[in-house]
Design a protein around this ligand. Structure first.
Ligand code: NOJ
Length: 566
């Protein structure tokens, strides 16, 4: 595996072990089952698996309530099974990153149990306490409507403890040097077992000052530098992918101006504006979001996603924009969550419309960053809105037409498998789609393959090219004398666009279509005229058919310094 900045052009795939594949027939997915599915994943073309939490946990927040950082939940297997799995990944050239959930533990964690038991416990100061009810106890909830407060009184401790999330997730006192040292130990442990990095949960809260007297939490950004430094001492190619839904003006604080903090961050800003663009067919706010998040250090990268395991958070849109997305993609109250988002899966949101799904994936693969795919989206899985909160979009992977979608031989799967109806496993499953050359699965495989052939997206700089039509987004990337250009029509209606390829002196150039035979030759005025079908998209290489020769530029130098300005 070439290690240099591998994450700049990776294809990430996130999954929960418990709902992916059950090998032992107890109804719960496990590492042995996942190991058997690695050939499927390799065939799909993904390069990195992001595993959601799999450590011992009471499982009240789908594993984001960890009770032992150094083990594997026996439901999923043993530490030995984990290592077999990472070995299986390495054999296939697939990397593994795992969740690092250190903002809080479970209240079942021995540290918290000890801490609440006595003021003299060595772990007491690992958590955040107050003798009296803090004034802001009913402020700052992350799950409004479900979570009642951020401070809870604990009878045993005879004190209040702070929890940014649910009350069974007491916050760690991350300013405590002992806690900080323990976080490094956790990272060291898993890198030793073969992981290539961490998706770091709730970063802004991890680095925030915490306490009853803290009115406005301040971010202690330097903590991020210490984490990165340690990680790179231990394993130079390991990365941190931060979950930080922050405003663009603070992005560089998280990446570090010297590129010395997070390697990657999820681009929540673009994610929300992308959904707005798909809902409204107005790409202008999306273009603005791309520009607002353009600046990043040369070695950093955005993680791009459509849907993840949480709700589609629309909190950064204006009220009017948010209402429009609700209206188009989640009109029923039951589809919405926490007053800010939509809890559905991608395919039902887009009406199961293949044209719109392709458009969404094509955008995911061509916007600036590294795509992160949610398991099941490659076959267009649906949701089960009868399940509470975010569980509706966490149902078991649909493998085949066998009972329970081939996910388990048990008749009691961990969560109900979606059955019957448009998204039931009887129609939507990997086995049927694998055999159908025109399936979404095979299309996804092809688009992933093509994404890998355009490293300019990961390495290069982009510009938004004027199309004069708000429904059409044209992006161009340049890197080492190679250029690619992507055109997307977000409207249902066909659109005719006329555009210049972008650089002066380039008039008359051929645009080579990377996905079909209809290449585009410029008119006499140097512009390209294009008729795009509703939800149509084009991937072009700029500059004629000699591009294959030029590509040797890319292949011969793997150190590939990015040309992106900070
Ligand atoms: C963010 C995770 O994505 C979410 O699923 C979880 O509930 C919270 N952090 C708390 O860990």
């Amino acid at each position: 595996m070439i290690d240099d900045l591998w994450y700049k052009n990776a294809i990430l795939y996130c999954l929960s072990v418990g709902t992916y594949m059950d090998a032992n027939g107890d109804g719960i997915g496990d590492f042995k089952g996942l190991l058997r599915r690695l050939d499927y994943l390799q065939g799909l073309g993904i390069t990195t698996i992001w595993l959601m939490p799999f450590q011992p946990s009471p499982g009240k927040d789908d594993g984001y309530d960890i009770s032992d950082y150094y083990g594997v939940n026996p439901r999923y297997g043993t530490l030995g099974d984990f290592v077999e799995f990472t070995h299986g990944c390495r054999q296939r050239g697939i990397r593994v990153i795992i969740d690092l959930v250190v903002n809080h533990t479970s209240d079942a964690h021995p540290w918290f149990r000890e801490a609440r038991g006595s003021k003299d416990s060595p772990h007491r100061d690992w958590y955040v306490w107050s003798d009296k009810k803090p004034a802001n106890a009913d402020k700052g909830m992350v799950f409004p409507g479900v979570q009642k407060s951020t401070w809870t009184h604990d009878k045993e401790a005879k004190a209040w403890y702070f929890h940014r999330f649910y009350d069974f997730q007491p916050d760690l006192n991350t300013s405590n040097p002992q806690v900080q040292a323990e976080i490094l130990k956790v990272m060291g442990f898993w890198t030793q077992l073969g992981v290539s990095g961490f998706r770091m949960d709730a970063v802004p809260f991890v680095i925030a000052t915490k306490g009853a007297k803290v009115k406005t939490p301040a971010e202690q950004y330097d903590m991020l530098r210490s984490l990165r430094e340690f990680l790179q001492w231990r394993q130079g190619n390991a990365i941190i992918l931060g979950e930080a839904n922050v405003k663009p003006k603070t992005d560089m604080e998280y990446f570090g101006k010297a590129g010395d903090r997070m390697h990657m961050m999820f681009n929540f800003h673009v994610n929300q504006h992308l959904f707005y663009a798909m809902a409204s067919a107005d790409t202008r706010p999306l273009a603005a979001a791309l520009k607002a998040t353009r600046t990043r250090p040369a070695t950093a990268q955005w993680g791009l996603f459509l849907r993840n395991h949480d709700e589609l958070d629309l909190g950064r849109l204006t009220k009017a924009q948010r209402e429009l997305v609700f209206d188009k993609f989640g009109p029923d109250k039951n589809m919405q969550l926490y007053n800010r988002g939509i809890r559905r899966r991608l395919a039902p949101m887009l009406g199961g419309d293949r044209r719109r799904l392709e458009l969404a994936y094509s955008l995911l693969c061509t916007l600036p960053g590294t795509p992160v795919i949610r398991y099941g989206d490659e076959i267009g899985m649906g949701d089960n809105l009868d399940l509470p909160e975010r569980n509706c979009a966490r149902t078991p992977m649909q493998w085949s037409t066998e009972p329970n979608a081939g996910f388990t031989e048990s008749d009691r799967p961990v969560l109900p498998v979606i059955s019957k109806g448009a998204y039931g496993y009887e129609h939507v499953n990997a086995a049927v789609q694998r055999r159908d050359p025109n399936s979404l699965l095979n299309w996804t495989e092809r688009i992933i393959r093509m994404r890998k052939e355009v490293p300019e997206i990961g390495w290069g700089d982009f510009q938004v090219i004027a199309s004069r039509d708000p429904a059409v987004l044209i992006l161009r990337y340049d890197w080492r004398n190679n250029s690619v250009l992507f055109v997307h029509n977000l409207d249902e209606q066909p659109r005719e666009v006329s555009f210049a390829t972008g650089l002066p002196g380039e008039t008359g150039k051929l645009l080579v279509n990377l996905l079909a035979e209809d290449h585009s030759r410029a008119n006499d005025d140097g512009k390209h005229n294009l008729l795009l079908e509703g939800y149509g998209y084009r991937w072009y290489r700029v500059g004629g058919l000699d591009y294959l020769l030029k590509r040797s530029d890319i292949d011969t130098d793997s150190t590939g310094k990015a040309s992106h300005p900070a």
